[in-house]
Design a protein around this ligand. Structure first.
Ligand SMILES: [Zn+2]
Length: 145
């Protein structure tokens, strides 16, 4: 019963089938461990130890799985032109602060100021310039809204 509910939750979160199967296997592992403890048998002490260690392995594996890899965080600096309000996004550089004047606008040559500094979560590092450009576009769209 509880397993079914868990599976539904996992599917709703569109987690890959592999992860679902892994979770089922781990739950089974814990279940088998519990069975060893409950059934006892001839060598009750041995079964208890086997059961306990199975549960330990199962639960610790689940905990490892739950440790979602930390998303890559990147600090971005948004520059805005004083005159035409064009925004520019670039990687945060040491010494950046809001309202700091940096460079000049590509369009009107008016000085640009840092409008905002913020952190974004990325699935992949944007060291690749092409990917950075894509991210820039997305960020710029957000800024316009
Ligand atoms: Zn401008």
């Amino acid at each position: 019963m509880i397993d079914d509910e868990n599976d539904e939750d996992i599917l709703n979160k569109s987690v890959s089938l592999k992860k679902v199967l892994k979770n089922i296997l781990l739950i089974l592992l814990i279940g088998v461990g519990a069975l060893f403890i409950y059934l006892g048998g001839e060598n009750q002490m041995t079964n208890l130890i086997i059961g306990f260690s199975l549960i330990c392995v199962g639960t610790s594996l689940i905990q490892i799985q739950k440790q979602i890899p930390e998303p890559i965080r990147q600090t971005l600096t948004i520059l805005a032109c004083n005159l035409c309000n064009i925004t520019n996004v670039r990687h945060y550089e040491h010494g950046d602060y809001v309202f700091k004047e940096i460079g000049s606008c590509d369009k009107c040559n008016e000085s640009m100021r840092i409008k905002q500094i913020y952190n974004v979560r990325l699935k992949k590092p944007t060291i690749d310039t092409k990917k950075t450009d894509e991210k820039k576009k997305k960020v710029e769209e957000k800024v316009k809204v």
